[in-house]
Write a protein that binds this ligand. Structure first.
Ligand code: PBG
Length: 324
């Protein structure tokens, strides 16, 4: 038989492979999530996320100089809040003297160009560990929660956060936050909406890191059901109409189909969140010597770009500069 078509010609050597590569991964694609705690001189390892730490602000500042020098353009700040500050209505979440606003001032004073993403959700601040206010019957109260989220977003934007990232999945919060920011003349503050955030067991290590697991129940009445695809499109469309600047799909790896579909229907930048459990799986297999970590990490992050993500949130961001 005569073979007329030989796709292998385009794979003959690395020069041609690089020239025709359809996807590219670079440091400018990343947002690095970091964990912050109270106190001084603290750098506490997170056992289910090897290589990740909970840092006090002084330690975080030292680390962030290194992060910025690697070309990482943005960080996402996640606080561990002491039990004594947690309340049913999560008032600490909009305290202008709280851990997050103090961190924003300090980070901006030494690294003014590093973009700061701040999380909007009640879970680190609420006694229940839920992203919203819980009533006696165990229901999550949507509209009461949205009012608190507005205060939280406003406080963060005033403190200098570049990108507000509501991860709570309450209905209507993007529009409410956008309105609040506009009224306060904070029209340059971006909103990155966790639009298609699924109720996922892959968040386990993150909840260990912050002690933020729900005390009772689960998050299935607000985070999405992983059996659903069209629902993700509806959520994304609503967040776009309500004024989001960037939309997100989370988790990433088991949801690459959603990333692609969201990319195809939206004309906004899309972010994918390579979550804590996805990080932990690769680290665990690598520790056992069962996988080549460097190669698997690059392949995994590249798959998120190929699926359509413009931005990847990943705990690997500060480990891959020498690989790209
Ligand atoms: C809280 C929040 C979570 C994550 C980011 N923001 C946990 C949750 O929803 O329970 C998870 C991130 C990760 O697993 O890496 N709203």
């Amino acid at each position: 038989m005569e073979i007329l078509k030989r796709p292998r010609r385009n794979r003959l050597n690395s020069n041609i492979r690089d020239m025709i590569a359809e996807t590219n991964l670079s440091m400018s694609d990343f947002i690095l999530p970091v964990f912050l705690c109270e106190g001084q001189n603290k750098k506490i390892p997170i056992s289910s996320m090897p290589g990740c730490y909970r840092r006090s602000l002084d330690e975080l500042l030292v680390y962030l100089r290194e992060v910025a020098s690697k070309g990482i353009p943005a960080i996402a700040l996640f606080p561990q809040v002491s039990e004594s500050l947690k309340t049913a209505y999560a008032e600490e979440s909009f305290n202008p003297d709280g851990l997050i606003p103090r961190a924003i001032y300090e980070i901006k004073s030494i690294l003014p160009d590093l973009l700061i993403v701040t999380d909007v959700a009640l879970d680190p601040y609420s006694t229940s560990g839920h992203d919203g206010v819980v009533n006696e019957a165990g229901e999550i109260l949507n509209d009461v929660t949205v009012e608190i989220l507005e205060k939280m977003a406003l406080m963060q934007a005033r403190a200098g956060s570049d990108i507000i990232a509501p991860s709570d999945m309450m209905d209507g919060r993007i529009g409410a936050i956008r309105n609040t920011l506009e009224k306060a003349n904070l029209y340059n503050t971006q909103i990155m909406a966790y639009s298609a955030k699924y109720a996922s067991a892959y968040y386990g290590p993150f909840r260990d890191a912050l002690d933020s697991a729900p005390k009772s129940g689960d998050k299935k009445t607000y985070q999405m059901d992983y059996r659903n695809r069209l629902e993700a499109i509806r959520e994304v469309k609503m967040d776009i109409e309500e004024g989001a600047d960037i939309i997100m799909v989370k988790p990433a790896l088991s949801y690459l189909d959603i990333v692609r579909e969201v990319k195809n229907v939206s004309h906004l930048p899309v972010a994918a969140y390579n979550v804590s459990g996805e990080y932990a799986m690769i680290c665990a297999a690598a520790e056992k010597g069962w996988l080549d970590k460097d190669k698997v990490v690059v392949e995994t992050l590249m798959s998120m770009k190929r699926a359509g993500a413009n931005i990847v949130l990943t705990y690997f961001a500060d480990q891959v500069d020498h690989l790209l």
